[in-house]
Design a protein around this ligand. Structure first.
Ligand SMILES: *Cc1c(COP(=O)(O)O)cnc(C)c1O
Length: 819
């Protein structure tokens, strides 16, 4: 493999400054002397885009006219994070930007901070999509990311005086959309509703209404690949912008109604994490972006052709379905092939099944998306017919394979009974070539439990691709101190494009000088985070304490409850003197999490965490020993600041529930040690970094299964562990609610009577491992050695490796220009 070092553009900083000045004066109409930071930000973005434009055009041209199959990544979410630093890095313009902007009299840091990050995703799933498009471009693979241009992304979170989550709309487009290029000449019509009629031998869909899908294109520059791919996000518009007749009758609101209705489709990202809200609008969103994307791919690869040979479609592009949200694309492609282009069923089915692949992101059966057939029928009547026909043929195929009737019934895509449901995961499994899980354990459980019937009938369809994260954003940009140290240690910066090279750091774990430097880098990162946090949140964590972080969506299965109960137990031990103050390792426990607005239990947990933080931080007895910090609005920006500063990373989900996790990878790569269960990718992280460098605790999958089968009694654990009983009783007695004993009642009741995710059962083991962790931490050099070994052995968790796995096992394509 060629070693790729950091790219550097030919453009000089003088040229950069001149371009920014010209942009300010000639396009934005402001003199540099009177420009504000936001003006400069806008101008800088334009200059960077301009600089990437030739490569973008060349990449698109090669993609369309070459013979390398492209990847179409279909995802309802992209949690992008800030674009400017990443684009500068990949374009090789970072130095020129810094010097150029400074020469104009501005602070580069402030210009970077002027960006409002596009939060077009909820959490891990959307962030994964963003990592994958970065890696595809960096590997030089022709690809489109397809998604939705939500006007409002994930809500902004704040807390009220009681510590409750308050959601605010995220109007990320307030300052315009300087990275996006709206392409009005490539809009697509997307239709809904109506009926299907028989015309001769054909079924003809007569839709009731339609919207215009307008693409907004974002450049996706590869790191050191010279390629620039496209992220194409669709925005919904009305065809009847404005009804003048209605307006002239003075019905001003009525005149804009069709416009408002159409634009609603791309108005807002659903703030759901893994459970489903059965909303028509959500199905509209899904169909809207998938239908536009399929039409777009055909128009792109068969330009100007009335009768394209779509039998070649699977050689031009393969669509990856990021979870079930885009699965309606399978019947849509069937419809397009049969109704619009006249293919017969078998030809259409062969094309479709070779074009799609499906990534499953869950194991929770209740999180597998299902739509009522009635809803699909009213919104997409022709698609329902096609789905029913897929189901009918599938059932007869199963019968001819000798599959038993019980198993066939379990596998039906459309369920039987009075209110039939369409199971989108099953449709995706049947209608595509491959299904993959996102970590080894998850892929195995998919085959053995969630999709067992399918893996029996189609064993060759099932694959694993363990998730990854992009080293550009999550190491190189987020952690410049560590990046410089790695580059020094390895003697090259080629690791940024080839993360397996980190393995070369392993011997340095025994080099006292390197270990010392590593300790200094972590210390500096903690100080930087403390300063950032003071500016942003008015709270300054003490860098002399251990930074112990749990940051992720708030979900019962992720068990933030376990962490907060352990914090309460520790607080109680300090208060009642069971813990000797001299023996306590000072910690700052940092939470970051948003809860879905309708998820009551998660929101109550947020309130509890905030109130525990309030009580502990106002108690002089715990000062300097234990502190709890819950910065609001966990997002990519906060992740990039916090992760490099963290000592201990918490990955404490119930075994068998977290499909993979990706923050676990970010932390390991940034030199934090993990305390975690054998769940998701934790298993593979531990295997790689070594059991001695990972703090394992808790029940494992077979024990969890056995407890479910035998009958799980959470109260018995509460009775058996005094620390747990004390902590739960404190919550119940109102210590964290100004004496109000009802405040956390649903939470306490759940812990004692149901506790589906077995927080009570894992509590003792979790408390017991703390002394191991604390002893390890007291040995500063020893801890740093373990952390270095985590970094050195986590190169596997690069999203470049994950994308290469997809290319080899599933997509069967590769970089441009190598055909
Ligand atoms: C990485 C990341 C996630 C995913 O975290 P998990 O712990 O893997 O669930 C969610 N949100 C943000 C902002 C992230 O950066």
């Amino acid at each position: 493999m060629v070693k790729k070092t950091a790219p550097r553009s030919q453009m000089t900083s003088e040229e950069f400054a001149r371009a920014v000045r010209e942009r300010l004066e000639h396009m934005q109409g402001v003199a540099p002397s009177s420009a504000c930071v936001d003006d400069v930000y806008q101008a800088v973005v334009a200059v960077v885009r301009d600089h990437l434009m030739d490569s973008w055009l060349a990449t698109k041209d090669m993609m369309v006219h070459g013979s390398t199959k492209a990847v179409g990544y279909l995802s309802a979410e992209y949690l992008l994070g800030s674009q400017l630093p990443n684009s500068l890095l990949n374009a090789g313009l970072t130095d020129q930007f810094e010097q150029g902007v400074r020469s104009l009299g501005f602070d580069p840091e402030q210009v970077i901070e002027a960006e409002h990050e596009p939060g077009l995703g909820n959490g891990g799933l959307g962030r994964l999509a963003a990592c994958y498009i970065d890696s595809l471009a960096s590997l030089g693979v022709p690809a489109f990311g397809y998604g939705i241009h939500y006007q409002y992304g994930i809500f902004e979170q704040s807390f009220d005086g009681q510590g409750r989550q308050v959601e605010h709309p995220d109007y990320w487009l307030a300052g315009g959309d300087p990275w996006g290029h709206e392409d009005l000449n490539r809009s697509r019509r997307v239709s809904f509703g109506g009926r299907v009629v028989q015309e001769g031998g054909r079924r003809v869909w007569e839709p009731a209404w339609c919207v215009k899908a307008v693409p907004v294109d974002y450049l996706v520059p590869g790191y050191a690949s010279g390629r620039v791919n496209t992220l194409r996000l669709w925005e919904a518009r009305s065809y009847d912008e404005f009804d003048l007749e209605t307006f002239n009758r003075s019905d001003y609101l009525g005149a804009v109604k069709p416009q408002v209705e159409a634009e609603t489709i791309s108005k807002v990202l659903y703030p759901e994490d893994s459970t489903l809200e059965g909303k028509t609008l959500r199905l509209e969103q899904q169909y809207f972006f998938v239908a536009a994307s399929i039409a777009d791919a055909i128009a792109t690869f068969y330009p100007g052709q009335d009768h394209p040979d779509l039998a070649t479609l699977p050689d031009r592009i393969c669509f990856q379905l990021n979870d079930t949200h885009p699965v309606i694309g399978i019947p849509e492609l069937m419809r397009v092939l049969i109704d619009d282009y006249g293919y017969d069923w078998d030809a259409a089915w062969s094309i479709t099944t070779r074009t799609f692949n499906y990534t499953c992101h869950t194991l929770l059966p209740e999180a597998l998306e299902e739509w009522s057939a009635e809803l699909i029928g009213s919104l997409l009547p022709r698609h329902l017919e096609i789905i029913r026909e897929i189901d009918r043929r599938f059932v007869s195929d199963l019968a001819s394979r000798g599959t038993g009737t019980d198993q066939v019934d379990r596998m039906r895509i459309v369920t039987a009974g009075p209110d039939p449901k369409v199971r989108m995961a099953y449709l995706a499994t049947v209608g595509g070539s491959y299904v993959n899980g996102v970590a080894e354990l998850h892929s195995r459980l998919l085959k053995e439990v969630t999709l067992k019937d399918f893996s029996q009938v189609f064993p060759d369809k099932f694959m694993n691709v363990t998730n990854g994260v992009t080293p550009r954003r999550f190491v190189r940009l987020a952690n410049p101190g560590l990046s410089d140290l790695i580059t020094e240690g390895l003697g090259t910066d080629a690791w940024v494009a080839d993360l397996d090279l980190l393995k070369g750091l392993e011997p340095l774990a025994d080099d006292p000088a390197f270990v010392d430097r590593f300790i200094q880098v972590k210390r500096q990162n903690k100080e930087d985070f403390a300063a950032y946090s003071r500016r942003r949140y008015g709270f300054e964590p003490d860098p002399d304490t251990m930074f112990d972080s749990i940051v992720k969506r708030l979900h019962e299965y992720k068990r933030q409850s376990l962490k907060i109960l352990a914090v309460i137990a520790q607080y109680a031990a300090i208060k009642d003197g069971t813990a000797d103050p001299a023996g306590i390792l000072p910690r700052t426990v940092i939470f970051g999490a948003k809860a879905a607005p309708g998820y009551a239990m998660a929101k109550l947990t947020i309130r509890l965490i905030n109130n525990v933080a309030r009580v502990i931080d106002s108690d002089p007895e715990t000062r300097g020993l234990l502190s709890v910090f819950y910065p609001r609005n966990y997002n990519i920006e906060l992740a990039e600041h916090l992760i490099p500063a963290t000592d201990l990373d918490e990955q404490i989900s119930q075994a068998g529930k977290e499909a993979s996790g990706t923050s676990n990878m970010k932390f390991a790569l940034n030199g934090a040690l993990t305390v975690g269960t054998l769940d998701g990718a934790n298993v593979e992280i531990r295997e790689r970094v070594g059991a001695g460098n990972f703090f394992l605790f808790g029940l494992e999958v077979p024990e969890v299964t056995r407890l479910y089968e035998e009958g799980y009694d959470p109260r018995s654990y509460y009775e058996a562990d005094r620390r747990l009983k004390t902590a739960v009783d404190m919550v119940a007695s109102g210590v964290f609610s100004d004496g109000d004993r009802d405040a956390y009642k649903p939470l306490v009741q759940d812990w004692l009577n149901k506790d589906y995710f077995m927080t009570m059962a894992d509590f003792s083991a979790y408390m017991d491992i703390q002394s191991t962790i604390e002893n390890a931490y007291r040995d500063k050099e020893g801890w740093a050695r373990k952390a270095i070994l985590n970094v050195a052995n986590s190169g596997y968790f690069s999203s470049d490796r994950a994308v290469e796995d997809y290319l080899r096992q599933i997509w069967h394509t590769g970089p441009l220009g190598q055909e």
